[in-house]
Design a protein around this ligand. Structure first.
Ligand code: GLU
Ligand code: ZN
Length: 321
């Protein structure tokens, strides 16, 4: 696989926003942590716009995302990589897995999967897939012509646990076969699924450090399986605690009053946002600052291991500067 630059040994972190809604304080925090972690060690940062989930991508959100990141004082090396522009590369990886018998077409609907799952295990991405279509169709074309609908592609998950190492969580074992079963790498709508896209593009962008929210910890195990099958290197992973609202609920993209756009409209200084994140990320005496001003003091292993609450009090603190 060719990479845009031959820098595979260099430290490279990444920011990988999805343009599905306005960025909020939770994104600000994970992006700042990713940025500090790479920059503190003299590394590069690449930006990737994850726009493949076409049903959820909203018009104008790519520009809005870039504006939010710049407002925070974050920068990146090279041009942003818009994931859909490299879809052929992801399709080629999927085709290679199918050719090797490591992925197969699946014509099941959501309702069929829910009905077939014997012990309904609702994991991160719905019920476990029971393997209905494994070995069922001789080819993608035959699956399509037999049912008249475009099949999804599912990855053949091997039995048994897979171990991953996380910089904050240590060594962990996940049994993906039991929890999720054969998971999709292409969706029935014909677009690549997140798990495959992220693995192909992290390798293509020579990413060595993945710092992102804890909600993706289980995904790391699936990604490790795909990396193993495709012969791609594993990045180092750090899954960081999420920002929650005052009730401990995870922030959603619709948490509009915590969106960076609305803080900006209310006249909040971006340096106050950076300082707010920094003080909750092990930089106890940090003042309001641009991200670059805090690089030297930053160490990812000093961040608290508990979620960060952002309720009305915190917002008032931000607005007060
Ligand atoms: N684009 C994903 C998100 O915004 C992040 C994916 C990743 O970091 O692997 O949730
Ligand atoms: Zn199926």
């Amino acid at each position: 696989m060719t990479t845009p630059s031959a820098r595979a040994t260099e430290i490279t972190g990444r920011l990988a926003p999805s343009p599905t809604g306005h960025l909020h304080l939770g994104h600000a925090r994970s992006f700042l942590l990713a940025w500090w972690h790479a920059r503190a060690r003299g590394g590069r940062i690449v930006l990737r716009i994850e726009d493949l989930d076409t049903e959820r991508v909203k018009p104008g959100m790519i520009e809005a995302t870039l504006a939010d990141l710049r407002w925070l004082g974050l920068d990146w090396d090279g041009e942003p990589h818009v994931q859909s522009a490299g879809e052929a590369r992801i399709a080629a990886a999927a085709a290679a897995l199918v050719a090797r018998g490591l992925a197969y077409p699946c014509t099941c609907t959501r309702a069929e999967i829910a009905a077939a799952a014997s012990a309904p295990h609702v994991g991160e991405s719905g019920p476990r897939y029971p393997g209905t279509c494994r070995g069922r169709w001789p080819s993608v074309e035959s699956a399509q012509s037999a049912t008249g609908r475009a099949p999804a592609l599912r990855f053949v998950v091997r039995e048994g646990p897979i171990e991953i190492e996380d910089g904050l969580h240590g060594r962990l074992a996940f049994d993906v076969a039991r929890a999720a079963g054969d998971f999709p790498i292409y969706r029935r709508a014909g677009s690549p699924a997140y798990q495959l896209a992220v693995v192909v593009d992290d390798a293509w962008q020579a990413v060595t450090e993945v710092v992102r929210g804890e909600d993706l910890l289980e995904s790391a195990a699936r990604q490790a399986l795909l990396q193993e099958a495709l012969g791609l290197p594993r990045p180092r992973w750090w899954h960081v605690p999420l920002v929650t609202d005052e009730h401990g609920r995870r922030l959603a993209k619709r948490s509009d009053d915590l969106s960076l756009a609305s803080l900006r409209e209310r006249g909040v200084d971006p340096r106050a946002v950076v300082g707010w994140v920094a003080r909750r990320s092990g930089l106890k005496s940090a003042r309001d600052a641009w991200p670059a001003g805090l690089v030297r003091e930053f160490a990812l292993d000093r961040i608290p291991r508990t979620p960060v609450a952002a309720g009305p009090l915190e917002i008032a603190e931000l607005a007060a500067g």
